[in-house]
Design a protein around this ligand. Sequence first.
Ligand code: NAD
Length: 273
Amino acid sequence: MSDEIGFPTGDLMKGKRGLIMGVANKNSIAWRIAEQLHAQGAELAFTYVNESMERRVRPLAESVGAEIIMPCDVTSDDSMDSVFNAVAEKWSEMDFLVHSIAFTDKVALEGSFVENTTRENFKMTMDISTFSFVDAANRAAKLMPNGGSMITLTYLGSERTIPNYNVMGVAKAALEASMRYIARDLGPKGIRVNAISAGPIKTLAAAGISSGRHMFSFNRKASPMRDDTDPKGVAGAALYLLSGLGASCTGETHHVDGGFHIVGMPDESAVID
Ligand SMILES: NC(=O)c1ccc[n+]([C@@H]2O[C@H](COP(=O)([O-])OP(=O)(O)OC[C@H]3O[C@@H](n4cnc5c(N)ncnc54)[C@H](O)[C@@H]3O)[C@@H](O)[C@H]2O)c1
């Protein structure tokens, strides 16, 4: 069974409550995941980064019946306190967390990594894109006395060099390592922690990467599936990892990229002279 937007419906997430951090608009990966979780019966809470994002996020969140829709800048302890206090007050417990947040200065997303990485932007990128998951996971775990599941979003630029991805690749490598340590700490509490490594998807964040068009077309030509990454596949992977279907799966970085990550040398047709 499918609903009108193509997400399989059912009750895999019925009775489960979770927080979605990282919706900016309807193209956000976090929103695609939220739609899929909603189609399977989940109750959702949302955060948005600032007032200008609220205009887009609030109507989306309301369309899936969310009652907790709050601002949250992950660099602010007060902001994080407010959100998790609100969740604790309203729900007392939660079952899952979706962390889909990253940020760096646009100038760092082009040219030379070694020359364009400043101390200030390195720290900010790591704070927003990496530490925020550690912080959110720690807070969420305290609201999961009966176990739960958490995911974060990453990209292949953590494992291999990708033109212009630069400091964000370093932050994603640290995010994946953090995910494994969090999984180790929270496993005994019945909490599973995983990452989804998505191929390029057209979103606000992706638009900030210089030579993004090349990234999309090369991924399409060189990947075994010869196609763009389908956000529905990312949402499906999230459903698997966040529901009972993913039992016993933890500490994993799961690639949803048309198989691009397995290619050592692409076919000749993928190389543009
Ligand atoms: N789009 C892609 O091709 C792609 C591929 C792989 C992984 N990812 C990852 O997916 C995640 C979501 O990105 P997206 O592509 O959906 O883009 P997006 O722009 O829709 O989402 C990024 C989110 O990060 C939020 N954010 C930035 N700074 C913040 C802060 N200080 N506090 C709170 N929130 C903040 C933004 O408001 C936005 O909602 C990111 O971690 C990104 O690196 C994206």
